[in-house]
Design a protein around this ligand. Structure first.
Ligand SMILES: Cc1cc2nc3c(=O)[nH]c(=O)nc-3n(C[C@H](O)[C@H](O)[C@H](O)COP(=O)(O)O)c2cc1C
Length: 416
């Protein structure tokens, strides 16, 4: 029986361990986690979601309070169209996070940034253009385009001096989405360097409707591999979503994927950004608590633990400070849902909003417990401490377990 270490991901003349740790915003896939993946010879992701907020916390910038001060007179207004990001600050935040991460990189692996198109920031094209190009200029090894079709994203980078040397790829959940993307990029004579195919069991936002359970990752990958072969396109395919053991990964590598992208197992690593108290909630979660709902204002279904504090929270929209999900017209589905409940309950001081959630604030505060479907199995990957809590793992342990385990085994960490 084979293990993941019997395979390699080939990028030109580079060979990598075929394990990618997926991007997890907002700073859940931290620089520390990504750096471990690179040190161990794989690929790690940082995320560019809400970077001005992340750099405030990490590097003591003042982007959030500056923006909040600037727009404080608008806080009570439903119309947020005037609340704009300063592009120079978005650029600076991206530069800071990417360059600091890349300076710390050791080992033979690579570090990519996950870039979500749905992070529309009240000015979708301009902010995306800045984020993509600054990441390239700051030396990122590659960019993974996510949460959107990204039909214009390659075009936005085409004049960047690194457009042809950085590794650029996209996450898709269907052959249809891939064909649309390839058709657009073919005009630039620049194919993607990799395609992540994410199935319905992944964490975060899903590229499916609420009928997600009808879909199966192996089937989607088979369709995509057949299409690439028919078109004579030699692009590595990376399987993602619900790959919980090294043996699961081998199944995808034997099918023809060049690597696997995994995330859920790493949510309980000490290098992960989720606070330890919340990591314990991930360990404790049970199968019936894995829910997919439509509370994300992005319009994509999202998987989370049903006890997530974001569900039903009726906090005031916080777009003057954050506002990362405002569309180009200053609107966000949470503002509408919130105002509707306020209008229906004029005398209530504290309201509950179930339809949508203020995703910016809750992701920033680690109160939206998004997770992959197999989160309920995390408790089987570690030891129970005497006080009933679970032992936090190291990213190295989890990475090596994926790399070397066989026969569906999950190696437990050395007991503390
Ligand atoms: C906590 C969490 C947050 C995530 N956030 C993002 C994100 O911001 N952008 C994205 O493209 N994918 C996100 N994902 C998806 C992962 O990058 C990855 O592709 C997927 O979860 C892999 O499946 P697995 O979690 O079953 O291993 C997230 C996943 C988790 C578990």
């Amino acid at each position: 029986m084979k293990c993941v270490d019997d395979f390699r991901l080939r990028f030109g003349n580079r060979e990598l361990v075929p394990i990618v740790i997926g991007g997890m915003g907002v700073d859940i896939s931290t620089a520390e986690l990504a750096l471990e993946a690179a040190r161990l010879g794989g690929i790690g992701h940082i995320s560019d979601a809400m970077l001005p907020t992340v750099t405030d916390r990490r590097y003591k910038t003042k982007f959030v309070s500056d923006k909040q001060k600037q727009y404080k007179l608008n806080i009570k207004q439903a119309d947020k169209s005037i609340v704009q990001f300063d592009l120079a600050q978005v650029a600076e935040a991206t530069r800071l996070h990417v360059s600091k991460t890349m300076e710390a990189k050791r080992g033979e692996g690579m570090i990519f940034v996950n870039c979500m198109e749905k992070l529309t920031m009240n000015s979708p094209r301009e902010t995306l253009r800045v984020r993509l190009n600054e990441a390239l200029d700051a030396g990122i090894d590659g960019i993974t385009l996510s949460a959107g079709l990204h039909l214009g994203s390659f075009e936005m980078m085409k004049d960047n001096r690194r457009f042809r040397d950085a590794k650029l790829g996209i996450i898709v959940s269907s052959l249809r989405a891939l064909i649309l993307f390839l058709r657009k990029t073919s005009r630039l004579d620049r194919l993607p360097d990799f395609i992540v195919v994410e199935g319905p069991l992944a964490g975060g936002h899903l590229g499916f409707g609420m009928d997600w359970a009808k879909y199966d990752l192996h089937t989607i990958i088979a369709e995509i591999l057949a299409h690439l072969k028919a078109e004579q396109l030699d692009i590595p395919v990376i399987a993602a979503g619900g790959i919980f053991t090294g043996t699961d990964a081998v199944g995808f590598l034997e099918q023809g994927s060049a690597a696997v992208q995994v995330a859920t197992r790493f949510t309980v690593a000490k290098e992960c950004g989720i606070p330890e108290k919340v990591q314990q909630e991930y360990f404790k979660a049970t199968e019936d608590q894995m829910v997919v709902n439509t509370t994300s204002p992005t319009g994509y279904p999202m998987r989370m633990i049903s006890t997530s504090p974001s569900i039903g929270s009726g906090i005031m929209p916080n777009c003057e400070a954050y506002g990362y999900l405002l569309d180009g017209n200053g609107c966000c589905a949470y503002i509408d849902a919130y105002n509707k409940v306020v209008a229906e309950n004029p005398d209530e001081k504290k309201i509950a909003v179930y339809e949508k959630t203020c995703l910016c604030t809750h992701m920033r505060n680690y109160d939206c417990w998004t997770c992959g479907h197999y989160t309920y199995r995390l408790k089987d990957t570690t030891h129970r401490n005497e006080d009933g809590t679970y032992q936090i793992l190291s990213a190295e342990h989890i990475f090596r377990d994926y790399q070397f385990s066989r026969d569906n085994q999950v190696a437990l960490p050395p007991k503390k």
